[in-house]
Design a protein. Structure first.
Length: 291
């Protein structure tokens, strides 16, 4: 007879690859939590998706040169992501095109180039690995990369937190004080790219953004302050990873999609029943006002 221990603890107690995957979810959540929250606050949620795919051609070039090599694919993905961010910023600065449109344009070009390179120089298995990742196959080197990116992200956010918050809510006030909001914006985009690079090793370019954005958008229905948004998004991301791994093990499901679907379930629950402008809350408030 299957016990609660066998369901919730057994897979991680019995198999080292499950423990590595759980640690990877923790590292990814620590870095992706604050990144996702600031993407939501800056109304850049869809830009987060475009940044996830912008790393693909660089990862593909790294794959062509060294195969499934973590350093090569990570370096290539980081360079490609930064190039897309810089070019998009330049287009936005010197043309009438808005930032979301320029990011979307470069994203489509990057995605097409990346898929073409991997498809012509690899196999279908290689393409699926790059697009969807393999969190159950995370090794020690990948864990070190994720831990390093999470540590760097948290340390950087601690330094630029106040300026970044001010740049999100009142950039004009920040400019009036003589501060350069563009610096905060650039550093933030670099952090986005770094977390996408570390995430695609485990979840792939198509799934990594899910663990970044879904907990952040769900947290908005529960709390108000920026720090509490970050804390809740981080915890929700890790719990989504844990629950997704358990479900994937017990029901033989793909781990990456299972994790993102659990995060999506938390978002739908928050949308329906969250105390801060959730649908149920809005319905009850309208009835109260009518009565």
């Amino acid at each position: 007879m299957t016990t609660v221990y066998d369901w919730l603890v057994g897979p991680f107690a019995d198999f080292s690859f499950m423990r590595r995957a759980l640690v990877a979810c923790l590292a990814l959540s620590l870095g992706a939590g604050p990144v996702g929250v600031f993407l939501v606050l800056r109304r850049m949620s869809l830009i987060g998706d475009t940044m996830a795919h912008s790393v693909l051609p660089g990862a593909a070039v790294g794959f062509m040169i060294a195969g499934l090599s973590l350093p090569a694919m990570s370096l290539g993905g980081f360079v490609a992501g930064v190039v897309v961010a810089l070019f998009s910023g330049l287009v936005t600065r010197f043309t009438p095109l808005k930032e979301d449109a320029s990011f979307a344009s470069f994203f489509l070009i990057s995605l097409a180039i990346g898929v073409l390179l991997v498809s012509t120089h690899g196999t279908t298995v290689d393409l699926m690995h790059v697009l969807f990742g393999s969190i159950l196959g995370v090794d020690d080197a990948s864990l070190l990369l994720m831990a390093a990116v999470a540590t760097l992200s948290l340390a950087t956010f601690a330094v630029i937190f106040r300026g970044l918050v001010a740049e999100c809510f009142d950039p004009a006030f920040l400019r009036a004080l003589g501060a350069r909001g563009g610096i905060y914006h650039t550093v933030f985009l670099i952090l986005v790219v770094l977390n996408m690079v570390s995430g695609f090793q485990a979840l792939g370019t198509l799934m990594a953004v899910g663990l970044m954005m879904l907990p952040a958008t769900a947290a908005r229905f529960w709390v108000r302050q920026v720090w509490s948004l970050i804390a809740l998004a981080t915890v929700a991301g890790f719990l989504s990873g844990y629950a997704g791994l358990v479900l994937s093990y017990q029901f033989n499901l793909p781990s990456g999609p299972a994790i993102v679907l659990v995060a999506g379930g938390f978002y739908l629950l928050s949308l329906a029943a969250g105390p801060r402008d959730g649908m149920l809350y809005l319905i009850l408030r309208r009835r109260h006002l009518r009565s």
